[in-house]
Write a new protein. Structure first.
Length: 566
């Protein structure tokens, strides 16, 4: 009987504790409305250590604040009291460092949860891995030194085997400097039975750099998780985080994705370099007739321009180029992105998050009286419907969609619940693109077009639109060789191959009666716009890319494509 009473008292204490926590959260929420400051419950959220590290632990606890998230120069700061003078002084100091501070009212439980992560920071400085941050100066120096994959490989191997307490920091700095020097978009670290494979994605293709031993990788993995604000003790669930490095005066954001694997966690880092996406339309490789089409379409006051293709096909880069083209002081442009990859002056850019979806962002954006809206991606029926109605009510809307080709845009929207009857009025342009690697101009080698290659090229060029604009050469193409300038790969950089369908009477009528891609492409034949494979074939004749590379990213024998170019 005594044991029963003790058990009940314990339960009662737990309930009282839960009730007090709930009341405190409710009080923080009420205060947020009173002071007109946002409220957040941090007790179930991950805290980014690179944000937390901006304020020393003693200062944070004395002033009852905690930075908990950082996106480029935007800093999210939790506060117990929004009008506390010493806390406001800390925020002013952060703003002097160039941060845009976004304040949140939180409970003491939220602050305790955030402060707990200071343990991770202090632990990191004591481990064999050395200090927590990467040296931007070292990365800058390494950029001058690392010119080829062999350079990166040799430099990593020389540091990985040393006994230096800072060796893991050095290895990571070499990995990041090598990826930037060679123009990699991603770094892949993949544990296998006998080691850990490291690969760079160069111009869309994965290239192996070297193999790590498991103990070194365990330290690298812990360091990257700390840098990215991820939990060290979670090894059986996926995690996503981020950190930034500053090189040559520009901030490069690194997105980290961690997946549990059979041997250890697989880590992929995506590098968001603003200079690779800040391209004008002229630099994207569009032919003259396509430039005329795009200039005409983006000059319209309303409608929807959709760019389609798989992840990594350059869709966002193209849309940014369109935004730069239409941007002027007389119009308001708002973007909703995931993530913000490049900052455009004079453009309002918002980033989706766990609590702020594309659909919510788009609805809120329409209340801001925009002229032009860019939605990073149409993912579901709600976003599709809202975007379509925005284009029908006087807005110019840019967005992306995942389909195989331009003709698949309309069936995809119909599948998302958009009525076929309004597509004709809403969508003005559907385009699709892929990125092919450019041949290195220093070492490319001329080769005759013969055998199966000749048949393929003849088929693509037989009734090609705008034939007067293609090279007179039909006998020679170029193939990769490899030299020091291109790191021995034979390719350097990428260019888009594109196809477009414009909305007109024939397409509108077709979409209203059928969602067959085959029928849509037949209805578009009169527009005299090249298919993606034909656009690529012209670039093969120009020596921009190789036929083998074109075949890697575009199906040159697709049945529907062959029908529509016949």
């Amino acid at each position: 009987m005594i044991e029963m009473t003790t058990f009940n008292e314990k339960k009662q204490d737990e309930r009282l504790h839960e009730l007090r926590l709930r009341e405190e959260e409710q009080l923080a929420e009420m205060l947020s409305k009173k002071y007109n400051v946002e409220y957040v419950d941090l007790t179930s959220k991950s805290i980014e250590t690179d944000a937390l590290a901006l304020v020393p632990e003693g200062v944070a606890k004395a002033t009852e604040i905690a930075p908990f998230r950082k996106i480029n120069k935007q800093l999210f700061v939790a506060m117990r009291s929004p009008e506390r003078p010493d806390a406001l002084t800390v925020i002013q100091n952060l703003e002097r460092l160039g941060y845009q501070v976004r304040r949140f009212i939180v409970s003491s439980a939220s602050l305790e949860h955030a402060w707990d992560r200071y343990h991770d920071i202090s632990f990191a400085t004591e481990t064999e891995a050395g200090i927590l941050t990467l040296s931007n100066e070292t990365i800058q120096e390494m950029l001058q030194k690392l010119k080829t994959l062999s350079d990166v490989r040799a430099e990593i191997q020389s540091h990985a085997g040393s006994k230096d307490t800072h060796r893991i920091s050095r290895v990571l700095e070499i990995i990041m400097a090598g990826s930037l020097s060679l123009g990699a978009s991603d770094v892949h670290l993949e544990p296998e039975e006998n080691g850990v494979r490291m690969r760079y994605r160069l111009d869309g293709v994965l290239v192996e750099v070297l193999m790590f031993d498991a103990p070194t990788y365990a330290l690298i993995s812990s360091r990257l998780k700390l840098l990215s604000g991820l939990k060290l003790n979670v090894k059986n669930a996926a995690q996503d985080g981020r950190f930034s490095i500053v090189v040559g005066g520009k901030e490069i954001e690194i997105r980290t994705s961690v997946l549990p694997g059979a041997y250890a966690e697989t880590i992929v880092m995506r590098l968001l370099d603003p200079t690779t996406i800040a391209l004008p339309m002229e630099a994207l490789g569009f032919d003259k007739y396509l430039m005329e089409i795009f200039h005409r379409e983006i000059a319209k006051p309303n409608g929807m321009i959709l760019n389609t293709g798989p992840t990594g096909s350059g869709k966002t880069t193209t849309l940014y180029a369109f935004l730069r083209q239409v941007h002027n002081p007389g119009i308001k442009i708002v973007t909703i992105e995931d993530p913000i990859e490049y900052h455009l002056p004079g453009v309002v850019q918002t980033q989706v998050s766990k609590d702020y979806s594309f659909a919510q962002g788009l609805r809120s954006t329409l209340r801001q009286d925009p002229d032009v809206i860019m939605v990073g991606e149409i993912r579901d029926a709600e976003v599709a419907s809202t975007a379509v109605h925005a284009s029908l009510t006087g807005h110019l809307v840019f967005s992306t969609l995942h389909t195989n080709d331009a003709g698949g845009t309309f069936p995809r929207l119909i599948d998302m619940g958009v009525a076929p009857d309004i597509l004709g009025a809403a969508v003005t342009t559907a385009m699709a693109q892929r990125l092919v690697r450019r041949l290195c101009p220093e070492c490319r080698v001329a080769a005759p077009i013969d055998g199966e290659n000749k048949k393929t090229m003849e088929m693509l060029l037989k009734k090609i639109p705008h034939a007067d604009e293609i090279p007179t050469n039909r006998e020679t193409m170029w193939i990769p060789k490899g030299c020091e300038k291109c790191g021995g790969l034979g390719y350097k950089g990428r260019i888009a191959v594109v196809e477009v369908i414009l909305m007109d009477k024939e397409i509108e009528e077709c979409v209203r009666h059928t969602s067959s891609e085959r029928d849509i492409w037949h209805a578009a034949k009169h527009q005299q716009i090249r298919r993606m494979a034909q656009d690529g074939a012209v670039k093969v004749l120009q020596g921009v890319t190789s036929l083998e590379e074109l075949g890697r990213v575009v199906d040159l024998h697709d049945e529907v494509m062959l029908e529509t170019i016949a």
